[in-house]
Structure formats: structure tokens, C-alpha cells
Design a protein around this ligand. Sequence first.
Ligand SMILES: [Zn+2]
Length: 254
Amino acid sequence: MTVALTDSQFERYARHLILDEVGEAGQAKLMSARVLVVGAGGLGSPVLLYLAAAGVGTLGIVDDDAVDLSNLQRQIVHPTARIGVTKVESARSTLAALNPEVAVETHLARLDEKNVEALVGAYDLVADGSDNFATRYLLNDVCYRLKKTLVGAALSPFEGQLSTFKAYLGKPHPCYRCLFREPPPPDSVPRCVEAGILGAVAGVIGTLQATEVLKELLGLGESLSGTLLLYDALRADFHRIKLPRDPDCPTCGG
Ligand SMILES: [Zn+2]
């Protein structure tokens, strides 16, 4: 792939271009990529900031919420001045200030069964920064069906987890349902809203999520597909769990 970079692009992306593993061809891949980020909250903030800084050409943001003062302790894409503004608009303003070359497509909606196919179908890759199981399972099943790579993350007060799902490629890649077949009963797992979270933990996991998105777009290194990466902030410890594909999985089995 060849694109003619402008002088200012050469300068902006110089630290990518100097890497043999990225270079002009890799930067061109990023600039032509379309990534959907679900949720402009604690995870979505660092994901959006780093993907915009990296020059990912088009970022879609799905969120139906408005910025609240209590969000700002971790949702670093939103400044105090935008309390009350929709998160998609607030994020769009921040990203435009960071890198005006990135096209930001805002979707002021809650992802649901009616809109998910059109939204996911319009992008190359999905980063799930949602905070609820209904969205997580919906994205897993639709990304599998539409053959889109899904980089998913989740948070608890002092812990986070991250994996990449591309079970559409076949064995041995698992999907999220291979790991946890059904969502837990509603309200059995508290969300950040109820449970609290050390804000920077969202930053650690969201930044790892952005890194995995960039690796997938560039085809760099080892994919997290088939591995769950767990972070324990209190012990300052990471560990990895192998995720086997389940031949009886209701989504990707058979
Ligand atoms: Zn599966």
C-alpha cells in the first residue's frame, strides 16, 4: 500500500515511521483503518486518545451518555468544561484537538440488537470498552458473524482483563463464549458506577487495549487471541491464561 504522506504527517508520525515494523506501509495501514470504540468511558478514553494519536484514520464512537463530574476521575478524554455534553461530542472535540487528521464518527446510541450489525459492519475492528455483559456478549456474537476482530477488556476496582477475539478465523481461535458461555445473572457483578475503581487501572487496561488494536491493524507481534491477560494492580502483577476454543460453543462451535 502506498500513500503520499505530507511533510507534517512525516513529522507527526516520525517515531512510527522510523520503526522497521511500522514504517510508511504500516502508517498507511493505520491511516486507512476504521475502528469502532464502544463506550467513551474509562477504557474508551485511553483507547481513543492513543488510536487518534497514532493516526488511525477513522474512529467510530458509540455511547449514549453525557459527561458527569463523577466520570472525570478516570475518563480522561473528557475535560471539566464539557460536563453535561454528550460523551461522543466531548470525545470528538478532544480527539480533534489532539489530531485533526482523524475522522471521528459519533454514534449517540446505546449498542443494541437493532443497531449492532450496521455499526459493527461499518468498521474493520471493534474495541469493546463497555461496562456491561449484555453489550459484551452481543459484540462477541456479531463480531464473529461479521468476521470482525474484537479487542475486549473489562475492569474491576483493582483489576483488569484483556483479550482479542477472532474466532471467525477458525481453530484454534476462541470467542468470548468459549470462555464464559452465558452472561452472569443481571446485577450479580457490580459496574464501576456501583463498585468504584482506582481510575488509573482503567488507564492501564485501556492503554493495553489500544496497543493490541494497533498490533492487530499492523499485523505485529503475537496476537492475544487465545490468551486472557489479567492485571492485578494491588500486587502489581500480570498473568496469562490460555483460552481454548470450545467445540460445543453456541457461537463458534460445530
Ligand atoms: Zn466460541
